[in-house]
Ligand binder design. Structure first.
Ligand SMILES: *Cc1c(COP(=O)(O)O)cnc(C)c1O
Length: 389
């Protein structure tokens, strides 16, 4: 869109190109390939001389609309949509790093990202150092001459640690490196990492961008130069997004901001209520004044987001009692849905790491993570109160 529209407008309109039928809602192009006028055009499309669609592993108009809309929302020059959030991270690494390169990553990142960096990339000569805590000086101290990328997730899962994007961008850029931020928890409705100096933004569109738990998807946003490199990998290696999923996620983006605002408001109310429950020993939520990085969170984020983590007295037995007494909340590790979910990290998402490592990273046995949805917060409280009592 050529005019400078606000976020709310871009979320419902950016990237739409109408077909000959002038449809109002975005068309779903369920086609894997595209027909050419003649042999010369086929040749020109293949060589890239003439822009246009060839094959859906490269581009598809529905996917292109999603990419343009998400780029507009993140304030990015470019966006590459992928089959999942993990595919987005893999495509970024494969396109921008090579054997012999080094990554400095926060320890507090999604479990599969940890596995990818820690167990799979080393097979290809890419090593990662994981940093505990968010101190930019600790990231700087871990840099090596071959370091190429700093990777963080903010806020983090499940303890909602907040990382200073501007400070980490300075560390990365002073060393000629890239900073990538996984923006899954906030989405561009609440936080736009590129505005704070990040080079790349990662999304699991599976979570809030769709927002209704229907499809897998992912994306990387960044400069034209970086996303064009990622596109070269995608069109060859094929972790491409299905047009159907792109269409579903496009519909999700139309309500992204109002969902994020409403779910954040619910989350703050729930966090305050939890702080007043005698059986709750700690509440982790960036929107609370008691959060150690509340001021930083307010600088980077429009609100605290929809993930609330808390610790109950009495360890695993007490935490499981809360889970098992839920009648409304869904017991599932997923997040980013309009339906509230509850997870016991120590026995599920973080169950495969050693008890010592778990304790070191603060994942205690009494910890519970709630991904707050759109239900009435009083109903969520009633569901939790039963098990807390
Ligand atoms: C879910 C998730 C991912 C991975 O996304 P998939 O779509 O499941 O591949 C990456 N980062 C974060 C923070 C996530 O929550």
């Amino acid at each position: 869109m050529s005019e400078k529209y606000s976020f709310d407008t871009l979320a419902v309109r950016a990237g739409q190109e109408r077909s000959q039928f002038n449809e109002h809602s975005e068309a779903l192009y369920l086609t894997s390939s595209f027909v050419f006028e003649n042999a010369a055009q086929a040749a020109a499309r293949f060589s890239g001389e003439e822009p246009g669609n060839v094959y859906a592993r490269f581009t598809n108009p529905t996917v292109t609309t999603l990419q343009e809309r998400l780029a507009a929302l993140e304030g990015a020059e470019g966006c590459i949509a992928t089959a999942s959030g993990m595919a987005a991270i893999l495509a970024m690494i494969m396109a921008l790093l090579k054997g012999g390169d080094h990554i400095v990553a926060s320890r507090s990142i999604f479990g599969a990202t940890q596995q990818l960096f820690g167990n799979i990339l080393p097979k290809f000569g890419i090593d990662t150092d994981f940093i505990d805590g968010g101190d930019p000086a600790a990231f700087r101290a871990a840099l090596k001459p071959n370091s190429r990328l700093i990777f963080v997730e903010t806020p983090s899962n499940p303890l909602t640690e907040v990382f200073d994007i501007a400070a980490l961008a300075q560390v990365a850029h002073a060393a000629g490196m890239l900073l990538a931020v996984d923006n899954c928890f906030c989405t561009p409705a609440l936080q736009r990492p590129l505005e704070f100096g990040a080079d790349l933004v990662i999304h699991s569109a599976t979570k809030y961008l769709d927002g209704q738990g229907r499809v897998l998807g992912g994306a990387v946003c960044g400069s034209k130069i970086l996303t064009e490199e990622i596109f070269k990998f995608l069109r060859t290696a094929g972790p491409s997004l299905s047009p159907f999923n792109a269409w579903v996620i496009l519909k999700g983006l139309e309500t992204l901001k109002i969902r994020m605002q409403a779910q954040s408001t619910n989350a703050l109310a729930l966090a305050r209520w939890l702080e007043n429950q005698p059986q709750v020993t700690r509440v982790f939520y960036p929107g609370l004044e008691s959060h150690p990085q509340h001021a930083l969170a307010l600088r980077q984020q429009a609100s605290g987001g929809a993930i609330v983590t808390f610790e109950v007295a009495g360890g695993r037995a007490a935490a499981w009692r809360v889970v098992d007494n839920c009648r409304l909340l869904s017991i599932t590790a997923n997040l980013g849905d309009t339906k509230t979910t509850i997870t016991h990290p120590a026995s599920t998402t973080h169950g495969r790491i050693s008890a010592e490592a778990r304790a070191a990273s603060g994942i205690t046995e009494g910890l519970l993570r709630i991904a707050v949805g759109l239900e009435a917060v009083t109903d969520i409280e009633t569901d939790l109160a039963r098990g807390l009592a």
